[in-house]
Design a binder for this molecule. Structure first.
Ligand SMILES: [Zn+2]
Length: 139
């Protein structure tokens, strides 16, 4: 076994998710929607999960939402995240009508409770062109 730490997994944009990652790099959060049935879609997909249309578009989100659920990860099994904890993984329900899996970051991250208000922030992954949307507690 190598003593080298495992590389952090990095999202690999697809043709249909590229606009999401381009926006994140510009510190904007965009939500995919279906132009036929208005379903909002997260994570980005090639077809609408409701009506199967490929007529999809994007709209800006203000990045505000609430914590639906969370977990504080203190230890990791053998993985690229060994030694990175503790960190907070959360399901955030955006006011824009979708929910997403992300991290709660910032000085108050470990004070998180279900129902807390959050706002998007952006965390570039060093050495890549990927920026991750993450969330901070507000209020
Ligand atoms: Zn649809």
């Amino acid at each position: 076994m190598s003593d080298q730490p495992m590389a952090r997994p990095v999202p690999k944009p697809t043709a249909w998710s590229q606009p999401y990652w381009d926006a994140a790099r510009e510190e904007r959060l965009v939500i995919q929607h279906c132009n036929q049935c208005a379903t909002r879609i997260m994570n980005p997909k090639q077809y609408c999960p409701r009506c199967l249309s490929d007529d999809l578009g994007w709209s800006e989100s203000d990045g505000r939402g609430t914590v639906y659920s969370f977990s504080i990860q203190k230890r990791s099994p053998a993985s690229p995240f060994v030694g990175k904890g503790p960190y907070v993984v959360a399901i955030v329900r955006l006011d824009s009508g979708v929910q997403m899996l992300s991290n709660i970051v910032g000085e108050r991250a470990f004070d998180v409770h279900c129902g807390d208000a959050v706002k998007v922030a952006f965390e570039p992954i060093p050495g890549t062109d990927i920026t991750l949307p993450v969330f901070e507690l507000v209020g």
